[in-house]
Ligand binder design. Structure first.
Ligand code: GAP
Length: 511
């Protein structure tokens, strides 16, 4: 299945089963805005709960907050977003389509990288077990020529961006003869910087004095509350503040479903540390976050780190955790060593001291910060696309199953009376009441049992609990497991503990 087909299938499955709908669809939708449906919002809540438990509840020195989306406009001057949160954009004069200049160049480079990978694959095929990839990459003339070209392009692009030389960016696009994917033409406008923040006006005030922004990251709500939390919570370094909330960016090209949206949700944690210890904490959080992802059991081979070469204005080290989405490896989470940039800058702009008094050394200083920042919607897409499986079963039947990690599945168990009479529905509803206190469970009595299993498979329900005539005498039920389709007879008195052991949040932490 091609990457495009893979993503299309996930999108249509997500809509059909109530996970994600296009926003305001009755008016033909709004570009890059999506609504989470009845199952999507359950899955999203479970992901938030897993993150919050791991970050806030399991760490004595991390607390959570919920800051306002609107913030004093000077916040964004201090953070650098007013001056530097820009994307370079370029229009094709013939198709009138707008592109990010950096993305056009990156895609050009990716094509050359694709050719190198093909060269390597050919080498592997030719030399078999004797093939030494490292040696091949450092000696093969084709690979060396292509790599030289990539280095030249990256070098020219980096120097143009570092010096804010937008004419040089345009020249690079022209020299590389990059054509518009729609019109095929190479006639481009000049490159312009485009600020990604959404602006609006506060109350009845219009004009510059009333301008406020929709926050482009949740992190600043944490920085401006650093001292409030530190003092009211009597926190000592190192400590962290976590937050989950909406962020907004006027992305020039928002695409690939919920991967890049204009309104999205972030789960961020700023970890305040003593200056000089930031490298140690940066490495700590890299490995802690990798372990958190690994516990979801979506395959270690589907994650990789990507170190940033061009660092953001606030960072002294940064990397992404990339995930193997249907469109290839892409950023899922960022881990940034943000130095003391934000707190210092807020000190300067507000005139308020944002320091930590170290009772041991009697020193007062601005803490350094290590940040972990994950997009909730991207995590949702990672889970959904990784879970989506079409299977051929014995006897030629087929099923579509969402192999969602059980602890975060929207519905944990379905309770199914074998037939709609003889007291089975009543017994099933008793079991439903027993389980629903701790888990989101569903009752379903429509259609034959096989069809009900398929429906639950398609929405990723890990357990199906069938109440049959024997249940009325032996007080036991048959529990069918989603992935292996194995069945087990469980006494009703043991059922709550059994379900918990299979789908409880603790199963993620036991790993
Ligand atoms: N506070 C740091 C920060 O915002 P970022 O790398 O710009 O860093 C962090 O964003 C995460 O937010 C990304 O790794 C990604 O998961 C998510 N994200 C960023 N832009 C997004 C968008 N337009 N749509 C969906 N998720 C996005």
């Amino acid at each position: 299945m091609s990457a495009e087909d893979g993503l299309k299938k996930v999108i249509s499955h997500a809509k059909e089963y109530g996970f994600v709908f296009p926003s305001s669809e009755i008016y033909d939708g709004l570009s890059a805005a999506y609504d989470y449906g009845q199952l999507g919002s359950e899955l999203k809540n479970n992901l938030k709960h897993y993150w919050w438990t791991a970050m806030v509840r399991m760490n004595d020195n991390i607390v959570g907050i919920d800051a306002a989306i609107f913030m004093h406009p000077t916040t964004w001057k201090a953070s650098g977003h007013v001056d530097a949160f820009n994307d370079p954009l370029i229009d094709n004069k013939d198709s009138k389509k707008r592109y990010r200049a950096d993305v056009l160049i990156e895609e050009f480079v990716a094509k050359i990288e694709g050719k190198i990978n093909k060269d390597v694959a050919k080498g592997k095929k030719r030399f078999g077990d004797d093939f030494n990839e490292e040696e091949f990459r450092s000696t093969n003339p084709n690979v060396l020529r292509r790599q030289k070209k990539i280095d030249e392009i990256n070098g020219r692009f980096k120097s143009a961006m570092d010096t804010d030389d937008l004419e040089a960016v345009k020249s690079l696009i022209e020299d590389l003869e990059i054509a518009c994917p729609v019109s095929g033409s190479k006639t481009w406008t000049d490159v312009r910087q485009f600020n990604l923040m959404f602006k609006t006006e506060l109350g009845a005030v219009s004009g510059d004095s009333g301008v406020v922004y929709l926050r482009p990251e949740t992190a600043q709500g944490i920085f401006v509350n650093y001292l409030n939390v530190q003092k009211s919570g009597r926190m000592k370094l190192p400590f962290g503040i976590a937050q989950i909330g909406k962020a907004f960016r006027n992305e020039i090209i928002a695409r690939q479903f919920i991967f890049r949206m204009r309104e999205f949700e972030q789960m961020e944690m700023q970890f305040f540390v003593k200056p000089g210890t930031q490298e140690e904490w940066y490495n700590h959080w890299k490995s802690a976050r990798k372990d958190w992802h690994a516990s979801l059991g979506m395959g270690d081979e589907n994650y990789r780190f990507h170190d940033h070469i061009k660092l953001a204005h606030y960072a002294d080290a940064a990397c992404d955790i990339e995930f193997n989405f249907p469109m290839g490896f892409k950023e899922l989470e960022g881990i940034h060593s943000r130095t003391d940039f934000d707190l210092k800058s807020h000190e300067e702009q507000s005139g308020k001291k944002l320091r930590f008094f170290d009772p041991e050394t009697k020193e007062s200083y601005v803490p350094y910060v290590v940040e972990t920042s994950i997009g909730l919607d991207r995590l949702f897409l990672a889970v959904l696309s990784n879970a989506y499986t079409e299977e051929k079963l014995e006897g030629g039947a087929e099923r579509t199953v969402l192999r969602i990690p059980p602890a975060i599945a929207p519905i944990k168990a379905a309770v199914l009376p074998l037939i709609k009479k003889d007291g089975l529905p009543e017994k099933a509803k008793e079991i439903l009441s027993l389980l629903r206190i701790n888990h989101n469970v569903q009752y379903d009595e429509k259609d034959a049992i096989g069809r009900r299993y398929r429906r639950q498979d398609a929405i990723g329900t890990p357990l199906c609990i069938t109440v049959d005539h024997d249940t009325l005498t032996d007080n036991a039920v048959t529990v069918r497991e989603r992935d292996g389709m194995t069945q087990e007879r469980i006494a009703i008195t043991d059922l709550a503990a059994y379900v918990d052991s299979k789908v409880g949040m603790q199963t993620l932490f036991n790993k």
